[in-house]
Design a protein around this ligand. Structure first.
Ligand SMILES: Nc1ncnc2c1ncn2[C@@H]1O[C@H](COP(=O)(O)OP(=O)(O)O)[C@@H](O)[C@H]1O
Ligand SMILES: [Mg+2]
Length: 235
């Protein structure tokens, strides 16, 4: 049985329906990528899993339990941590203080501590007393990832961690993924960079207009199929 599933997951913002019955599976120790154009519903899917948007109880299952109706703090306490789109650091707090915030929602001992997060991203050790605002975009993203890791999550949700970063910085950040997997997390990455998604993921889901339009292992998906699933068959 997969570690986490969504079944017939729907989401609305007022009258606007953003998700129309999304089914995804995340296996234990698996990394999946969600790709899709702007507005496809990727962030809404992450928010729905994380409990920021509430659902029917059985729309999201984690480790055998129905969690779809639980609030975000309870889902975080169960071990689902999110690296939100746009990083959302506390600018007046130091790097170290931002990292420690990750432990408030779930006090779970495990591989990840201030020391091991700084081993993963050594620049954060040098900057640990600097305010969040004094960091580059890539360093801020490292703090956002580190903050999520501090809860020793079983599932890590990463929403567009490469957005707005230079290719060399993106490479540095994605270099951390094997260590995150080795520490026991299953990972969902939302990525607009298709090549990056295919490189990092065991399986890929493509979304368009609130629906999954394609899924499979990276080597099973042709470029044409991905293009059609991403943009629609008529473009
Ligand atoms: N807070 C919101 N209120 C109203 N509509 C929203 C809100 N957030 C997202 N949407 C809409 O929901 C759809 C999916 O958005 P989103 O999940 O952010 O897509 P993606 O992350 O794939 O770019 C878009 O049409 C977007 O405009
Ligand atoms: Mg988004």
């Amino acid at each position: 049985m997969p570690l986490l599933t969504t079944r017939n997951l729907v989401a609305r913002y007022g009258d606007f329906q953003a998700l129309f019955g999304v089914d995804i599976d995340l296996g234990e120790a698996e990394t999946i990528a969600i790709i899709g154009a702007n507005g496809a519903g990727k962030t809404t899917l992450m928010r729905s899993i994380a409990g920021v948007l509430r659902n029917q109880a059985d729309a999201v299952r984690f480790d055998g339990a129905e969690i779809g109706a639980l609030p975000a703090d309870e889902i975080m306490a169960l071990g689902v941590a999110m690296v939100p789109e746009g990083r959302k650091l506390f600018p007046s707090l130091s790097v170290e203080e931002n990292l420690l915030i990750g432990t408030y929602g779930r006090k779970q001992s495990g591989h990840w501590t201030l020391e091991t997060v700084c081993d993963l991203f050594p620049i954060l050790r040098e900057r640990r007393h600097n305010p969040g605002t004094a960091l580059s975009g890539g360093q801020q993203q490292m703090v956002a990832i580190g903050r999520a890791l501090m809860s020793n999550p079983r599932v890590l949700l990463c929403d567009e961690i490469s957005l707005g970063l230079a290719p060399v910085v993106i490479k540095d950040i994605y270099k951390a993924v094997p260590a995150i997997k080795a520490a026991g997390a299953s990972i969902i990455v939302v990525e607009q960079d298709i090549a990056q998604a295919l490189a990092v993921a065991d399986r890929v889901y493509c979304m368009m207009e609130g629906r999954v339009t394609l899924s499979g292992t990276p080597d099973s998906l042709s470029r044409e199929a991905i293009h059609n699933a991403y943009f629609g068959a008529h473009q």
